[in-house]
Design a protein around this ligand. Sequence first.
Ligand SMILES: *[C@@H]1O[C@H](CO)[C@@H](O)[C@H](O)[C@H]1NC(C)=O
Ligand SMILES: *[C@@H]1O[C@H](CO)[C@@H](O)[C@H](O)[C@H]1NC(C)=O
Ligand SMILES: *[C@@H]1O[C@H](CO)[C@@H](O)[C@H](O)[C@H]1NC(C)=O
Ligand SMILES: *[C@@H]1O[C@H](CO)[C@@H](O)[C@H](O)[C@H]1NC(C)=O
Ligand SMILES: *[C@@H]1O[C@H](CO)[C@@H](O)[C@H](O)[C@H]1NC(C)=O
Length: 207
Amino acid sequence: MFYFLFFINLFLSLLVSTGKVSTLEAINGSTVLLPCTYSSCIGIKNLYFNWHYDDNGTMIKLCEAVIPIEGVEPRVFVYHERVEFVGSSKSNNISILLWNITFEDQGNYLCFARNEKEKFRNHTAIYTLLVVDQIKEVDKSLTVIIVSVLGGVIGLSIIFMVIKGLVVHFLLNDGEKNKECLVSSGNDNTENGHSGAKADNKGTPKA
Ligand SMILES: *[C@@H]1O[C@H](CO)[C@@H](O)[C@H](O)[C@H]1NC(C)=O
Ligand SMILES: *[C@@H]1O[C@H](CO)[C@@H](O)[C@H](O)[C@H]1NC(C)=O
Ligand SMILES: *[C@@H]1O[C@H](CO)[C@@H](O)[C@H](O)[C@H]1NC(C)=O
Ligand SMILES: *[C@@H]1O[C@H](CO)[C@@H](O)[C@H](O)[C@H]1NC(C)=O
Ligand SMILES: *[C@@H]1O[C@H](CO)[C@@H](O)[C@H](O)[C@H]1NC(C)=O
């Protein structure tokens, strides 16, 4: 029964994802893309999303917007001077750019989304940024190998789960034909993440 509920949820709910890699090393002074995408089989309506930076426990809101319906570009309110919204609702993309990073920008970035069609369930994907002096080549290739192996394993288990979910789904819903839908790979979805984060303005530039 638990599995049944879980897989039905997998099909109906919004997925928020940072993609295959959720940790990134970037060089001090560079500009990084903080990726986040969403997907939903039942479609979206008034999809609210925001980005927060977890500043040692204090949530700092970086930007927020509402996407009224699919394909309509959101009007994004940005509260951080080095943040730029680069997503597009045409590609379900709610990524942001963080310009000219410093060591103080290290930490967790939370991409939060809530779909009105889903009775306001919360979805959060977490992206971890590490700021380094320079990226060491050896470490980098090792990381890439580890990440791709991990990615393969995770990908396989997702495929397995989706197939299992499909089987369960169709066994238990024989009469009712749902439209098929593919969920893009994403491994970092957590539900009901933070709540009531303060909307602090991060107005001061960092030296
Ligand atoms: C980081 O980069 C900034 C701008 O490029 C530079 O001013 C600063 O000195 C650098 N910090 C360190 C610790 O290298
Ligand atoms: C983070 O918070 C803890 C306690 O909440 C404090 O001891 C620590 O110094 C803080 N670190 C930074 C970098 O602010
Ligand atoms: C990033 O740094 C460059 C060079 O210091 C500056 O020209 C640019 O305005 C900065 N961009 C932002 C968004 O702060
Ligand atoms: C989201 O948009 C940005 C900027 O256009 C792009 O660099 C990035 O690859 C896109 N991400 C996805 C998953 O499409
Ligand atoms: C979702 O998060 C909001 C705050 O962002 C909170 O008020 C609400 O209770 C949460 N909803 C659920 C179903 O957890």
